[in-house]
Design a protein around this ligand. Sequence first.
Ligand SMILES: C[S@@+](CC[C@H](N)C(=O)[O-])C[C@H]1O[C@@H](n2cnc3c(N)ncnc32)[C@H](O)[C@@H]1O
Length: 290
Amino acid sequence: MKFDPSAATDTAIAKAYIAFLARDQRHDDHAARAEFCAKENVAPKLLYANPHIKAIAALYASHTNIERTADMTLREYLRYHYYYIHQAYKYGLPEMQQTWLGHHIIKSPSDCWAYQELIWRTKPDIVLELGIMFGGASVFFAHVLELVGHGEVLGIDISLKNLKHQPKEGGRITYLEGDSGSSAILDEVARRVAGKNVLVIADSDHEKEHVLKELRLYSRFVRKGGYYVVEDTLNDLMGFHPVPNEGPLAAMRQFMAETNEFEIDRRLPEKYLMSLSPDGFLRRVKGGPA
Ligand SMILES: C[S@@+](CC[C@H](N)C(=O)[O-])C[C@H]1O[C@@H](n2cnc3c(N)ncnc32)[C@H](O)[C@@H]1O
C-alpha cells in the first residue's frame, strides 16, 4: 500500500479499510481484517489500534438497526427519523415513508397513537385537518373515527394535486381546495363546523406567520376540553428544513402569549417520547363555542 505522505497515516489506513469493506459489501470481522492486512502488507496491529476504525467499521458490522441506533443520542435519532422516514418521500426513499394501510402518511407512529387516544377521549364531530398532501393522515383519522363510530374528517389543502386517493361518496372524508388563510376557506369551514365538536390538526405551511394566522383563525372552533394541535413544533427545536428558525413552535408561543384560553398538554404527545409536535397539543380550558 502506498501512503500519501501529506495525509495522516492512520486516516489513510482507515479510509482504505472502509473502502475495502464497502467495495465487497463485507462485514468488519477478523477474517476481513486479516485479508486486508495481507493484501496491503500492513500489520493487523495498525487496524486494531487505529483510532478511527472502531467507529466507522461499526457501520459495516452485522447487527440490528436497534444496536446501531442505540448508540445515537435521542437528538441524533430524531434527525435520522425526520430525514429517513418522516420526510423520506422528499429525499428519494419513498419505500421508507410511514404508511397507514398502504397510504403514505407524514407523521410518526407515536403521534398517530396519541391521536387515536385523543379522538377516543374527545369524540370529535369533525377532525379539521389543515394540510393534507397525500391524504394518508385523513384516511387514518377516518378509520379511527369509523372504529369510534362517530365523526368526519374535513381536510383543507391549497392544492389537491398530491392527493393519492379520492374520498368515497358518502364517506367520512371531505376535502376543500384553497388557502387555509383565506376568508373563502375560513367561511366555508365555519359553515360546515357550526355547532360541532372540532379537533383541529394544523399541518399546512410551517412558516411562523402562517401557523400563527391559522391559530388565530381556527382556534375559535375548538370547544372547551377540545384540542388544537400545532404540528411539527420539533422543526424549530431541531432546525429542520424548511424552517430553520421561526416555525410552528415560535407561532405557538406567540399565540399562547396572546390568550389564556388554552393550555399545553405535554403528557399526551410526550408519553411515547418521540413526538414531532412537542408543546403542540393545546387544550382549550376557557371560552370557545358552547
Ligand atoms: C406536511 S403536508 C400535510 C401532511 C398530512 N397532514 C399528513 O400528515 O400526511 C403540508 C400540506 O400543506 C399544504 N399547504 C401549504 N400551504 C398551505 C396553505 N396556505 N393552505 C392550505 N394548505 C397548505 C401543502 O400543499 C401540503 O400538501
